[in-house]
Design a protein around this ligand. Sequence first.
Ligand code: MG
Length: 622
Amino acid sequence: MLTSIATVSVSGSLDTKLAAISAAGFWGVEIFENDLLTYTGSTAEVAALMRSLGLKCTAFQPFRDFEGMPPELRARTFDRMERKFDVMQELGTDVLLVCSNVSTAASGDRSRIVADFQELGERAARRNLRIGFEALAWGRHINDHRDAWEVVRAANHPAIGIILDSFHSFARHVPVESLRAIDPRKIVLVQLADAPALTMDELSWSRHFRTMPGQGDFPLVDYVQALHDIGYRGAYSLEIFNDRFRAASATTVALDGKRSLTYLDDQLRRRCGEALLPARGACRGVEFLEIAANEAEAPQIGHMLSTLGFAEVGRHKRKSVARWSQGGVNIVVNSEIEGFAHSHNVVHGASVCAIGLTVDAVERTLARAAALQIPSFSQPVAPGEFEIPALRGVGGSLLYLIESGRGAEIWQQEFVRSADPPAVDGGLTAVDSISQVMHYEEMYSWLLLYIALFDLRKTPMIEYADPLGLVQAQAVESPDMGVRIMLSTSAASQTLSSRFLSAYEGAGVQHGALATADIFASAAEMRRRGVELLAIPRNYYDDLEARFGLDPAVIERMMHANILYDRDTDGECFQFFSRAFAKRFFFEIVQRRNYAGYAPGNLPIRLAAQARFKSAPASRVP
Ligand code: MG
């Protein structure tokens, strides 16, 4: 797949954009006119820069309000066009993107429009240039690629072709199958953009919410497959207008763009019976969570874990690392004074510094990660020590990859079992899900990383209210639900998510949900052990009774234990929350009964309960 990206998709000055685009490995770049107009260097210097970076200029764009202009404006439009031709020749591109006219002055007379393109074709051909006509979803008379294609076909000029943009096609619900009617030799360029399914006007949707392929809800694999099937082999160019990406670093966005196209290309090829990359890694579960703590924090975390029913079952043979365990849940508390966990602790304080994921075919997954330009991590290990392969994850944390079925081996080889671990049990069985909070502009980046690398699917994005602002969340889940990771973010500065980011010095794991088969028994045992729980107001329970018609005795028990409840058409879930450690992370205990969701109705309740501790002393507040 020939990959290209429009400069409008990434942030910064034009030279910064081009450097990031080249470094990410793109073949070509579309120069967005505004980026050129605001750049201090000359057009010739931009052309030289693109050449030196090995980038082909795939198009100059956009030329607006061209076709169907009344006679008094038409001549001026063509004059304007000739000037753009000069710029294109200096830039070293032969393609100009002409988007459909939005002017109220424009005529919809098809024969006039076709005649305009015929004259334009003559002028472009004289200078060895080509025109690609793109239907904007909000074009005044042409707003559907089928109409743009009819105009191109009728103009029947070798210098006039069509530019397709998946956003415009999907925003107007134009059937993908209609692409098959287009002559592939007439397709000058294909622009790709995904977007979340939203109900709003197309212009605002396009200007603010476009995403990289895979990050939104459009069936882009179907789109590129239709084009592949008719024989299109030209460039695919990302044209992504998104407020988040404008706030993110050019390097990150360019790399995400390239990663999204690599992932798309792989999906396309797999449909054609081949593959570009090794298959996505199948995630089976969470083998451990690792908490980095200094010498003072480690005993406090140990205390918190013991109130949740964990026992310290072993210590690392050579390191200051303790393994706390309960059912299938392992929590590693690392208080080494050097190495990765220590560095993480210095920057972030006591916090989850790594997640150990159980994955089928680790080597293959690492090869896929390398092809997707996902950085790996390693640090020196002592002779005989087990080196677990790791990738860089959210907020500089690590994602360890543990081969399915080999978890026990690591514990046996690396840890000395405690001679007589205390017999405690809070009834926890496994890690149910992990919640990671991240900056607003980086959420799509991590979403893409998870779904492109692993066999995880994304759930629809949800929005919910924190007392101090709106929070957005989206989960990725393995098909058997063995791994669920909830990503959340907030653009508002005082929400719990945002305060977490400032308390934590960046993104990371905010909470781990741990599964129990008996929420009431777990709550009773943990309470007996002195756990500190998040208190839920009585009003919540009054409402619960009204909403679900539960037995008042059950509601009384839930209220007594601060247990929250939700039900959907398939099942029900119960949950309660521990108070947070040093504003950084907390645990949720959850019992699912045939319930797959995340109890969205309870999120504002939990956040409001946590917000009440906002100004309490740091060691005791969420
Ligand atoms: Mg476009």
